[in-house]
Design a protein around this ligand. Structure first.
Ligand code: AP5
Ligand code: MG
Length: 239
């Protein structure tokens, strides 16, 4: 994975390693993952998106996940780890990947660390923690609308040209069932109890940067790209 291309690449083609986007519900992980995917030509792997796809197809995993996702609870680690292993085995991850919303528990983090360490061609991960004030997150969550193809809008900050219709493909936008205020409150509690320790785990490892997500989308993207450039030259990478 992450082998450098033979043709002269643009400066930003080189990433310091697989990128983990960490942060509370609504901080902009999906929005930023899509921007990085376009900029670096590597796939976004969102465990939330994979679970939602299983829920809409009614697979056994989807049936099990639905009750938990609808309550703002986490899906069991072994199921999510297996889902990630399946996705990472696909060839489009060879030049790198962005993990969005994973790992989310310390168990998932230690599983991922061991899984990637076993692959001699994988660089160490770098973790970007996006931080947004709690009061702003509820508005982001309740205002979010998504297209069936995964484009993300917001009725307050990033509305489509025609309300309820995707600018790109004209499909009807929908609201995620877990984007209600009561479920958001539960998701925040889950984040604080189970995912905040994951942020600390990667902060201690040193291949870590915190980014202010309380600024316009393009500025957050620029801040993440600057963080990735710093991490690329950081001695903590040991490569
Ligand atoms: P998941 O889908 O990962 O949800 P989440 O972590 O709660 O995060 P969100 O997708 O809600 O927010 P985001 O940070 O991606 O923000 P976005 O870019 O959309 O997980 C859902 C559920 O699946 C979990 O609760 C759990 O049940 C299960 N699950 C998933 N992963 C799991 C795992 N690893 N283990 C176990 N269970 C798992 O932006 C939000 C809104 O803000 C949008 O409307 C956007 O347009 C707007 N916005 C974005 N950036 C900005 C900005 N800079 N300024 C203004 N508005 C902005
Ligand atoms: Mg998301």
């Amino acid at each position: 994975m992450l082998t450098e291309p033979t043709t002269a690449p643009a400066e930003k083609d080189f990433l310091p390693g697989p990128v983990l986007l960490l942060g509370a519900p609504g901080v902009g992980k999906g929005t930023q993952a899509k921007a990085l995917m376009a900029a670096y030509g590597i796939p976004q792997i969102s465990t939330g998106d994979i679970l939602r796809a299983n829920i809409s197809k009614g697979t056994p995993l989807g049936k099990l996940a639905k009750a938990l996702v609808d309550k703002g609870k986490l899906v069991p680690d072994d199921l999510v780890n297996q889902m990630v292993a399946d996705r990472l085995s696909q060839p489009d991850t060879r030049r790198g990947f962005i993990l969005d919303g994973y790992p989310r528990t310390l168990n998932q983090a230690t599983w991922l660390d061991a899984y990637l360490a076993a692959d001699p061609y994988t660089l160490p991960v770098v973790a970007i923690s996006i931080v947004v004030e709690y009061e702003h997150l509820l508005r982001r969550i309740t205002g979010r609308r998504i297209s069936p193809s995964g484009r993300i809008y917001n009725t307050y900050s990033n509305p489509p040209a025609v309300p309820g219709i995707c600018d790109e493909d004209g499909t009807a936008l929908v609201q995620r069932p877990d984007d209600s205020e009561p479920v958001f409150v539960e998701r925040m509690k889950t984040f604080e109890s189970q995912t905040a320790p994951v942020v600390e785990h990667y902060r201690k490892q040193g291949r870590f940067e915190e980014v202010d997500g309380d600024q316009p989308v393009e500025q957050v993207t620029a801040a993440i790209e600057a963080a990735l450039r710093r991490l690329r030259t950081s001695k903590t990478l040991n490569i």
